[in-house]
Design a protein around this ligand. Sequence first.
Ligand SMILES: [Zn+2]
Length: 313
Amino acid sequence: MSFRLFDAPLREPSQFVGFAGNRIDRQSENRADDAVEKALADRTTRLMLMHAGRLYLKLDDGKFDPWFDVAESEAFDVSLDRGVLLGFSDAGPVLAVPAGIEPEDLPETVKAIDYRSVYMQGLIDEAAAGALAQGAALLAWHASHAFCSKCGNRSEMRAGGYRRHCPACGTDHFPRTDPVAIMLTATREKCLLGRGRHFAPGMYSALAGFIEPGETIEAAVRRETLEEAGIRLGRVVYHASQPWPFPYSLMIGCFGEPLNEDIQADLNELEDCRWFFRDEVRTMLERTHAGGLITPPKGAIAHHLIRAWVDSE
Ligand SMILES: [Zn+2]
């Protein structure tokens, strides 16, 4: 018997999802407490500026540029002391920094665009979108964890933004990543798609839900599918993952094998949930569906799960 574990193709499915193109060398083993200070003194340092879920983009000749140098950033009410060091690119250190100017007060040449639109509309390259996912998640965590959860005193940023330290009780707190299972339940002929109440018109997607403490990925996939659709799953296999900075999740995409057919949708969560045959799903992917139904856009991991299944015949 041959050793099968690493026989999978080198082109990992995760490489093709939105926010997956991060090229930053994080150098996580040597993040000193003065790492941000040092980076800000470096003339090669580039900053991403973020404010209330939006990324500032310089608009130059119809192209968007997400990178500012330290001197440029000072016109945007930045909090450099609350910046986080994402790591190092070939060009030098890379930071994400909270900025304070409201979108309507920005100069003509700078736009503040919400993260989702930045990635959906492909306004920046994949490497920058990856940096955005990293920076947005870290800044969101700092913004909501200013106080020690053990003693209630104000904590301080350390290790370039990868830790918060409480000077009162000495506890260290670390950035969190919340795992979410997203799963496509499918047989050879058909797959299960649902419509959330907040979805864009006509959109159907894979079901998803947070993985809970004490739960394996597979158990979460089975539980969520049973709760949301009344479908029991047999085998569950992992396909791909996606950093998802809303605010700091990791989407974990799986396929599940259904054991029953009769759907009992949880109508508190879903507006609709049903089986779709392969040919219909293909038209949804290609935006040629007669009834105007669609699947999520290309950057979304759900798109890649659905595409991989449609192409698997
Ligand atoms: Zn404390």
